[in-house]
Design a protein around this ligand. Structure first.
Ligand code: CO
Length: 287
């Protein structure tokens, strides 16, 4: 296999969103505005919440893209303007297709608020092609137990397959465009290779440990961008500690992006319409 080169490594910027949730924003930011088809990646926490402390994301709308929430620790409760409701626990994934629009809240779950604890996870925004921007909202709430896990022969590399396929194991979540979303764990001394079609945008985010990405050393909370010049990527863990990372790739959509906060459409007119629909309650109302 030929390998993609690393074009850039940068640290995700500490930030806050919602009602004071501490997070690291991999993008958009000064280092990277977007990476078609990806619009945003937030690393939420890990944040320690005292009992009674309930920082989260109070009601807000979305239209025109998908939000993918992957929880590592804690509990997140979800509620939307169309009556949908669910709780995410460690290892669970919610792949939400906002499509034509909804208003939702994402708040720490009851037990987490009552007892306090750690909130830790990720939210990725995946753009939708023009043909899908106004489809009805859809949820793929996928418990940890339903997310396939792949291992190499030596069992030194573990991959939770949120989307796409690795080591002969296919994800169960359906995506509107081809997406690869892996949570990889590499034990010390192990290596991993992943084929990725050349047309796809690809990046990695190191959660814990230090890895070598095509021989470039990268540490925790850093983002790795790959070029399109090879058949795949190679990752090694030469250190003494475990390496944990997200490897994400997707087929670029290649259409104009008009973006205003929680709305991502193709034109300014469609954004004006989105704001109006939201204000008039046409995305539903969440009390
Ligand atoms: Co949201």
């Amino acid at each position: 296999m030929t390998y993609r080169s690393v074009t850039k490594v940068f640290r995700a910027a500490p930030s806050h969103d919602g009602d004071g949730v501490a997070l690291r924003r991999a993008f958009p930011g000064a280092d990277l505005m977007d990476l078609d088809p990806f619009l945003l990646l937030d690393h939420l926490g890990p944040t320690s919440l005292a009992p009674g402390e309930a920082r989260g994301f109070p009601p807000h709308p979305h239209r025109g893209f998908e939000t993918v929430t992957y929880l590592l620790d804690g509990e997140m409760e979800h509620r939307d303007s169309w009556g949908n409701h669910g709780t995410l626990r460690p290892g669970d994934v919610q792949w939400m297709t906002a499509g034509s629009g909804l208003v939702h809240s994402e708040l720490p779950g009851e037990a987490l608020v009552r007892e306090g604890g750690t909130l830790h996870g990720f939210q990725l925004w995946v753009n939708l092609p023009k043909r899908d921007k106004m489809i009805p909202p859809r949820y793929q709430d996928t418990p940890s137990s339903a997310i396939p896990v792949a291992r190499n022969l030596a069992a030194t590399v573990t991959a939770k397959v949120v989307a796409g396929e690795t080591l002969g194991v296919k994800g169960v979540i359906e995506t509107r465009i081809p997406i690869l979303y892996l949570h990889l764990t590499l034990e010390p001394g192990s290596r991993f290779e992943q084929a990725i079609p050349k047309t796809r945008s690809a990046f990695a985010y190191v959660i814990e440990g230090t890895g070598e990405f095509n021989d470039v050393a990268v540490g925790d909370n850093q983002v790795v961008l790959f070029d399109h010049g090879g058949e795949g990527v190679r990752i090694a863990n030469p250190g003494a500690a475990r390496l944990s990372l997200l490897l994400i790739a997707g087929e670029p959509i290649g259409q104009p992006v008009a973006r205003y906060g929680p709305f991502v459409m193709n034109s300014k007119e469609e954004l004006v319409q989105a704001v109006d629909d939201y204000q008039q309650g046409r995305m539903g109302v969440l009390g």
